[in-house]
Design a binder for this molecule. Structure first.
Ligand code: NAD
Length: 484
């Protein structure tokens, strides 16, 4: 018999304690070899003044066990509190969020009975970098950070996942028709890596039509890989169309640590009532058992759970007259799963995990190639609200600033060119992006930029930030202005 594997467990808030107890009862009855290091996270920790929602000893526990089974938590409203989920994902490098979305029709009501897809969402970058600024009276900014290694890692993970679990197709979703550099990197990397997996079909969809298709024809998708924010949104769309928001589990996987949870929140509206469905957390726990090398226990639980659904033993959230046989609470549902351990579903495809499912997905990144980076200009962002915001006034004044041939090329407002030769209909805020380059686009020095900024200040302008314009290996590495 294998020795017990220590895992970190948090009972969380709201319905968290009820669904965690049910999940642990089922795992124990199924013969899981586990030892639990219970930590406190969430509301009580936030209210002690720890803004991350996690005490240092909880972090030590995770460092030691490297596996975290987590109930949902309540994030207190109001400023200052950081999302514990985002903090855990980023500080432990949990780069892949894996969310299987499967229909359990007719036992769980859905219009899309054939849905069986897995969303692999990049988990650390994008707009979740959390770098936000208010720059002017009117304008706020949130930076979207996309890195080459972050992108390569998640795309390789998606292909490796597809191979490991016998999936046939990987679809990439981006918005690279608009964000040509950031989302473009994701799409381009996907196309390059796809060549290494000729056994897997590939496809790319723009995220808007991709989301619409998930809502309308989810059965056409198999594995989907996408950026953080899009992944967050499509995960909920996909879970909703399977009719199983309360059933889905999710894994957050890093190179060393992994966190498993339900996709739903702490459901304060039904907390303490004993009616919550523990299936979401249980499905997270099944993924965890596979991850830690106890696939036979995972398989046993998954099959007993499906058999329970088939037998119509349902919690209130999925109960349907005519299909369900009995409405049960959390504990009774857990007991029904335990009573079916060793049985398989008769109508749904039984789960089958073996040792090969537990082999970790190892990602090897390509050696990085160094490009030749050249500074060829600067965008200076200015807060200006005078003269009826006439672009010609700010433009004609800024023309007086020039450093060794570095001159004003154009001004945009919210990305659209307003100077020279803007359209009078364009609405202008108090936020102006002023592009300075040498007419022949020859290299610019940092000293020239500092000289330029000093002149801009002397002309009386408040520059709120600068963004250097680079070329990498001679290729322009910034977007052109709309209308440029
Ligand atoms: P929620 O998922 O908690 O609840 C949405 C609705 O679904 C509620 O009506 C709830 O009763 C129902 N529901 C959810 N899980 C259920 C279950 N297992 N069984 C039966 N019914 C269930 O979403 P919310 O109300 O938007 O958020 C509540 C709190 O949870 C917030 O503080 C939010 O920040 C937090 N939250 C935490 C996580 C997490 O820890 N991973 C995720 C999402 C939301």
């Amino acid at each position: 018999m294998s020795s017990k594997r220590k895992i970190t467990v948090a009972y969380g808030d709201g319905i968290g304690p009820e669904i965690m107890k049910a999940t642990i009862d089922i795992m124990e009855a199924a013969g899981a070899q586990l030892e639990y290091d219970v930590i406190e996270i969430g509301e009580q920790v936030y209210l002690k003044g720890i803004t991350s929602g996690m005490e240092p000893k909880a972090i030590d526990s995770l460092r030691e066990t490297k596996v975290f089974l987590k109930s949902p938590i309540t994030t207190p409203q109001g400023g200052g509190f950081k999302s514990l989920n985002v903090t855990t994902r980023k500080s432990f490098g949990l780069f892949a969020n894996v969310r299987p979305c499967k229909a359990f029709s007719p036992f769980v009501k859905t219009h899309f009975p054939k849905t069986d897809l897995v969303i692999i969402r990049e988990n650390e970058e994008d707009l979740y970098a959390g770098i936000e600024h208010r720059q002017t009276e009117e304008v706020y900014q949130c930076l979207k950070i996309i890195s080459k290694p972050g992108t390569e890692k998640i795309i390789r993970y998606a292909f490796e996942y597809a191979r490991k679990y016998g999936r046939k197709k990987v679809t990439c979703m981006t918005k690279d028709n608009i964000m040509k550099l950031a989302d473009g990197l994701f799409h381009k990397t996907f196309d390059e890596i796809a060549k290494e997996y000729p056994d897997i079909q590939t496809d790319h969809k723009i995220i808007d039509i991709g989301t619409a298709l998930i809502a309308d024809r989810p059965e056409i998708f198999d594995v989907i890989v996408t950026l953080n924010l899009y992944g967050d949104i499509i995960s909920d769309v996909a879970a909703q169309v399977t009719g199983s928001v309360g059933l889905g589990g999710s894994a957050n996987v890093g190179e060393e640590v992994a966190m498993f949870e339900a996709i739903h929140g702490s459901a304060p509206d039904i907390a303490g009532m004993g009616i919550a469905n523990p299936s979401g957390l249980l499905n997270g726990a099944i993924m965890m058992l596979v991850h830690i090398g106890q696939p036979e226990v995972a398989e046993k639980i998954a099959n007993a759970w499906m058999k329970t659904l088939e037998d119509g033993i349902h919690t209130g959230d999925i109960y349907q007259e005519g299909i369900s046989a009995k409405k049960v609470g959390t504990d009774e549902f857990a007991k029904a799963v335990i009573a079916r351990l060793g049985q398989k579903p008769a109508n749904m495809v039984p789960a089958a995990f073996d040792k090969s499912s537990t082999a970790p997905i190892e990602i090897k990144l390509r050696p990085a190639k160094k490009s030749k980076k050249e500074l060829i200009g600067v965008d200076v962002f200015i807060d200006w609200d005078a003269d009826g915001r006439n672009p010609n006034t700010i433009g004609d004044t800024l023309r007086r600033a020039s450093a060794n041939g570095l001159v004003l090329l154009l001004i945009t407002n919210r990305g659209i060119k307003v100077y020279p030769g803007g359209m009078k209909e364009t609405f202008c805020t108090d936020h102006w992006r002023c592009r300075f380059q040498k007419p022949d686009q020859s290299p610019v020095s940092h000293a020239e930029i500092l000289d330029l900024l000093a002149q801009i200040k002397d002309l009386g302008f408040d520059f709120i930030k600068t963004e250097n314009l680079y070329a990498f290996d001679g290729v322009r590495a910034y977007s052109l202005a709309q209308g440029e």
